[in-house]
Design a protein around this ligand. Structure first.
Ligand code: HEM
Length: 436
């Protein structure tokens, strides 16, 4: 970790606009310019310390030193996460909420989701065969909305699939600082929460009886650390958080399709899946391609780290994208290389596309395994079950836009299912994905 003393300060009075304008480049560029993995700046009018790398992630995810209260910018609550969600909780309330989430994401339920997602993917692939061309991004978003709702026990009528898909897409697309995308995300969230509140209400009244292992059942009947049920608004927010983030997986799926296209040798390797290559490939997609730029927390109590005193309530920003490509942890960090995960020893702090630390006691993403297993299964399906052409199109993606994806949405044409597609699908859906 490179640390300059005294801690350098970024140029400019407040860097909020530079962050929005430069996107994924902002933190890595500042670090490069200042030759330091820790620097000071101002964001949204507040003093902030920006840090990057494995060691930085380890300190950031220390619950004794950092808290989430007051760290999340208001617009993120209003559009992406929902007000009162577990992302902003600390201590016992967070532990109680996190236990509830992890109880809904058991290995069996992960397998249920993978099976459902494959079922919807296979149905869509059947339709693609008679279409001129399809944008994989849009298709993945619809498939994951259908599968996510079915899995969570949220009834979704055929006639509202498009509306509900558009809403979750708008919420996830709202975090990058664009005012118009924020407004769309906020509007989408209002409608989305109203819909989910009605569903929770009918479960509580006994008018709708979903299976006990579904998210909708769990959340409708959950009791918090004081033994109280959620108010209707919080129940809707957390029900959303139990399936809405799946939509983000669509971006990784499209980046994976792009990687298969740009590194054609990976396609055969995924199909053969020796040494769990599909897993290595999925991990490298999550490491290499951008999704989450950074996370924010506040200092819980004064402490000193690298001779710098972090004062209580100071905003600290962890560079997520930069940590996944940090040269101290990754050789040839800027190269797409799935094999790097073959003998990877694992580190909860060097590889943090979905947050770092421990899933149970910290804020690390509750849906990380759902994400990885859906990715593995879909990449295998793409490599084994279908063939397609990738026509001329704009496959570039902007690192200034947050979130980002290939500009064309990754269009494929001439889709054909393999003769033994049904058999392959059946073998994939067999219960063999158990967490390993
Ligand atoms: C591309 C896929 C995904 C990405 C990039 C992602 C990323 C993240 C990140 C960065 C965090 C916050 C870590 C922190 O606060 O330090 C998080 C938290 C969370 N994620 Fe995900 N996520 C993804 C998919 C999912 C899925 C599929 C689900 C569930 C269906 C999910 C549910 C959650 C929940 C409930 C939290 C809050 C955890 C807590 O505060 O304790 N995520 N995710």
């Amino acid at each position: 970790m490179k640390v300059k003393t005294p801690i350098p300060r970024a140029k400019g009075i407040d860097n909020s606009l530079s962050l929005i304008k430069e996107g994924f480049h902002f933190l890595p560029n500042q670090r490069k310019e200042m030759q330091s993995d820790i620097f000071k700046t101002r964001i949204l009018g507040q003093k902030a310390i920006c840090i990057a790398g494995e060691e930085a992630a380890e300190v950031f995810y220390n619950n004794d030193l950092f808290k989430r209260k007051g760290a999340m910018p208001k617009p993120l609550k209003l559009s992406l996460f929902g007000e009162g969600s577990l992302h902003g909780l600390d201590g016992e309330p967070h532990k109680n909420r996190k236990r509830m989430f992890l109880s809904m994401f058991t290995p069996e339920r992960v397998e249920d989701l993978v099976d459902l997602a494959l079922k919807h993917l296979d149905a869509k692939a059947g339709e693609w065969q008679s279409q001129d061309g399809v944008a994989v991004l849009d298709q993945m978003q619809e498939i994951l909305t259908r599968a996510g709702c079915e899995w969570a026990g949220v009834p979704l009528a055929e006639g509202e699939v498009q509306q509900r898909t558009d809403e979750v897409v708008a919420m996830v697309d709202s975090f990058g600082g664009s005012l118009s995308r924020f407004r769309d995300g906020k509007k989408a969230r209002d409608s989305h929460e109203e819909w989910l509140q009605k569903i929770i209400k009918s479960v509580r009244k006994g008018k709708y009886n979903p299976p006990e292992n579904t998210a909708v059942y769990t959340i409708a009947h959950h009791r918090d650390e004081k033994g109280k049920p959620f108010d209707l608004h919080t129940a809707a927010v957390e029900l959303s958080n139990a399936f809405r983030p799946l939509i983000a997986t669509a971006n990784f799926l499209v980046f994976g399709a792009l990687a298969m296209h740009e590194h054609p040798e990976t396609r055969q390797k995924i199909a053969a899946d020796e040494d769990r290559y599909s897993h290595m490939f999925s991990q490298e997609v999550r490491r290499y391609y951008p999704f989450v730029p950074a996370m924010a927390a506040k200092v819980k109590k004064d402490f000193t780290w690298h001779d710098y005193t972090f004062k209580k309530d100071t905003l600290v920003i962890l560079d997520i994208f930069g940590t996944n490509r940090h040269p101290d942890s990754w050789e040839q960090a800027e190269t797409f290389l799935p094999e790097r995960f073959k003998d990877w020893q694992g580190s909860p702090f060097a590889f943090i596309p979905q947050g770092g630390g421990d899933h149970h006691i910290g804020h690390r993403c509750a849906g990380e395994w759902l994400t990885v297993y859906v990715m593995r299964a879909f990449f295998k399906y793409f490599a084994q079950n279908i063939s397609y052409d990738v026509p001329e199109q704009d496959l570039s993606y902007s690192l200034e836009r947050m979130p980002t994806f290939p500009k064309s949405g990754f269009v494929i044409t001439n889709v054909k299912k393999a003769a033994d597609s049904d058999e392959l699908l059946h073998s994939m859906q067999k219960r063999h994905t158990a967490i390993q």
